[in-house]
Write a protein that binds this ligand. Sequence first.
Ligand code: MG
Length: 280
Amino acid sequence: MEPLQVGLMFWTGGVLGVDATPDEIVESVAAFGVSCGQLGVHGAADLTPGAAERWRAALDRSELEIVTAFQSFEGESYASIPICAQTVGYVPPATRREREQRTYAVSDFARSLGIPGVAAHIGCLPEDPSDAEHRAVLELVRRVCDHCARNGQTFALETGQEPAAALLEFLHAVDRPNLGVNFDPANMILYGSGEPMEALRTLREHVLTVHCKDGTWPETPGEWGRETPLGDGDVGMERYVRTLREIGYAGPLVIEREIVGEEQRADIGRAIALLSRIRA
Ligand code: MG
């Protein structure tokens, strides 16, 4: 794959968040003219061999290369930062076991499609490494990495929920060669977790893939910032792409726009044009 190729993050529910067949979804992504992407796998997505076969056939018919299976879990909510902390990833104890099992299923599903990486938001981890919940999630991430390694895959943590230094410490503590991050510069801003370019340099050796997303800083600490169309927020896309080059990143630039409907489609079109111009 060419370095810094423009790609698109899309979901098993479709680019526009509607029910559609794998063929229709892949076609709608290819219609943007991109040749790579990340497949978001919803918590309720069908992972049976029959479903995998339909996805494989749809991807084979297109030129689309999927670099990551990005999973979400049933019961997650991003309504506010406190609700996110209670519901997202491996942190909530009540769903930890089933989400671990689901991750193995997503990894196996991805392997059957030839997808070389799995990624997830693991949740808002308690900061103290001696905390029992922190230890439990760390051990779980090790098992997930080992499962992915057996499938020839990397495992990436979505950034944003903690400052880069804390994430770096966690990566070192987990200590698995196939573990890295999916760097999302907008999340650093939206969660108020730190200046994104500084974070990117801190995590430079661990960046497996990146999102191209934009947003503005929270007006009130502890509340969300606001996601914006690419180029309209505080990330600074020229600076972002320049910094990615500087750290030697050669993977795809995966556009993520977390709204649905016609506005999403229009914003994605403009984001592709912006990134194509910047990387030229
Ligand atoms: Mg993201």
